[in-house]
Design a protein. Sequence first.
Length: 143
Amino acid sequence: MKTYMAKAEAVERKWYVVDASGVPLGRLASKVAAILRGKNKPTFTPNVDTGDFVIVVNCDKVKLTGKKLEDKYYRYHTGYIGGLKEVSYKKLIAEKSDLAVYEAVKGMLPKNSLGRDMIKKLKVFKGPEHNHEAQQPVELKLF
């Protein structure tokens, strides 16, 4: 039996729109990461980027379960000595909800050049409007 190996040039990519209203952040990120990676296709090949484009709208209405809104922190480093910064997810979702969704999805992709190419196919918007109407994206129901 032969094993199918996808070629990077022959990959057919679709555009999907995902509404994040009322969806838990982790569940949204895992489903979006699987689509970006191409795991929903029968032509999935682990070493080739076979994924589709994903547009996430209404990311300011994403929710966190339990006490994560108060207890969980987004940490980053400025690059200077003692430059570790912490922001609670309550403040992060209120001010930069697109960053929260972006980082959650990025953490679920491979940590190599393939993952860096995959994350470029993710577009995150705070409101219900996006500027990718020309690509004719298909509405995707995750739950």
